[in-house]
Design a protein around this ligand. Sequence first.
Ligand SMILES: Cc1cc2nc3c(=O)[nH]c(=O)nc-3n(C[C@H](O)[C@H](O)[C@H](O)COP(=O)(O)OP(=O)(O)OC[C@H]3O[C@@H](n4cnc5c(N)ncnc54)[C@H](O)[C@@H]3O)c2cc1C
Length: 328
Amino acid sequence: MPVAQAAANRFAAISDLTVIENASLAAYTRFGIGGPAALLCDTDSETAFIAALHLAETLALPRVVIGGGTNLVVSDAGFDSLVLRFTGRRISLDGKLLRVGAGAVLQDVVDHSIGLGLKGLQTMTGIPGFLGAAIYGNAGAYGHSIQEIITEVRFTNGAQIDVFTNKQCRFQYRESIFKSRKEWIILSATLRFEPGDSGELRRTADEIRAIRDAKYPPSMRCAGSIFKNLLVADLPAGVRAEIPSKLIREGKVPSAWFLEQVGGKGIRRGNIQVADYHANLIYNDGGGTAADLVAVIQELKQRVQNRFGFELEEEVQYVGFDYAVTPE
Ligand SMILES: Cc1cc2nc3c(=O)[nH]c(=O)nc-3n(C[C@H](O)[C@H](O)[C@H](O)COP(=O)(O)OP(=O)(O)OC[C@H]3O[C@@H](n4cnc5c(N)ncnc54)[C@H](O)[C@@H]3O)c2cc1C
């Protein structure tokens, strides 16, 4: 639904809201792929952000909220309605708790907590994006995920603000309640830490950072892992029997293993490339299109389906596709 000029003017009238018509979404994604948003509203003011969400509700405008764009596949056609981005990044300390705006860059929160000698986020160093999306997708690495330190999440549907406890967030591996209730937008969260030694935490974080930077060079246009890893217990017995036991950690097996078995490494289509060293990593080599990216993703899924009889599930989130492509 294109945004009428009168509606665009109403967003433009909200104080502290940056409003861009026909904004290229490629510029807002790490893949560097995606057509325009009819209207993009960007703000670090929580008040302005809520006002924009409220107006979107009032006008019944389809809308999508993005963060740092590091886990997004945006269609070449873009999104013919409203895209909202919240960059409110306030961090305040309350004992061993940090209250953090959803628009804070996760790495800034990691660095801030380490600087304060707070232990809990150090293994998440190098995960790009904002805190809000990290909660939405229960981001994690090195055997830990954000759910372990969340005590409360504040969110809104544009009309009212609510607070959920950790339990109410229904965290699971790369899942939270916010993935199934996309109208609930995270505004801020409270994070609980253990006391730690800044120097030691920094060393752990730096070691992880070096490994991650080798795997995902900072300039690489990608989304990290395309597919979620698999819970071994959910796999058919015949498939389980084929998995080398040394690959299973915390009950999960990397989807990269299945992708390797079907020759996924190094596949290329246009300027979209599956890394030759990691079958679950796809990058845009420059000038890549969403059409080619989605075709490569579908090709990988099909190969795994044909060989192993189950469907891989994307970790990346789609914007601007019809529901035939967009997983819910
Ligand atoms: C190089 C690289 C390495 C990565 N490594 C990891 C890793 O180790 N572990 C891991 O878990 N992820 C990893 N990722 C994926 C990505 O960093 C995470 O998914 C991250 O949390 C996405 O944050 P973002 O702000 O960029 O979100 P976006 O990509 O902008 O959005 C992701 C989703 O979050 C939703 N969303 C955004 N903000 C909000 C909000 N305030 N409220 C509700 N929903 C919201 C969006 O609608 C969208 O569906 C990696 C990505 C890259 C590029």
